[in-house]
Design a protein around this ligand. Sequence first.
Ligand SMILES: [Zn+2]
Ligand SMILES: [Zn+2]
Length: 158
Amino acid sequence: MAKRACVLCGEMAGSWSLCYITLCGTSQTLCEKCMRRYRDAAGEEKIALREYMARSPHLREGEEVRERLPQARVQWQRELEQAQERRQQEEQRQAQVKKTARCCGQDMTKLGVSTFQLGEHTFLGGDLDHLLSGSMKMAVFRCEVCGRLKFFDPEWVQ
Ligand SMILES: [Zn+2]
Ligand SMILES: [Zn+2]
C-alpha cells in the first residue's frame, strides 16, 4: 500500500488515512491528526501552518509552491482582513442587540425563537408582506420587570 509523508509532521501515513489539501494550486498530503489541526486553525494560525508547509521537507511540487507563494500571501492577508472585518461587524451587531434588548434598566430575557402563524389580518401591517408566507419566525424577548415583549428578526439576534 502506498505511503506518503504528512507535509506538516512528516509522519508516514497509509493512503487510506491520508487527507489532501490544496496549497498554492498543488495537492499536499496530511495525516488525519494534522488535517484536524489545519481545519480547526483560523486566521493567523492557519497562515502560519501554510507557511510551515511551504518550507516543509515533505512538500510536493515545491517549485510551483515557491513560485506562487508571494501571490498566495497577498490573498491570505486579504482573507485575514476580511475575517477581522466580519468579526468587528459581528461585535457591533451584538452590542447593538444588547442595547436594544433592554427595558426598565436591565437586559431582557430571551425566550427563544417562535414561529407565528399569520392570518389574513396581521398585526404587523402590510409592509412586511414580502416576508410572509403564512408564518414568520421571531425572536422574543421579555422584560422581567414590566412584562413587555419585544420581537426581533431571529437572524439579527442569533
Ligand atoms: Zn501529520
Ligand atoms: Zn420593562
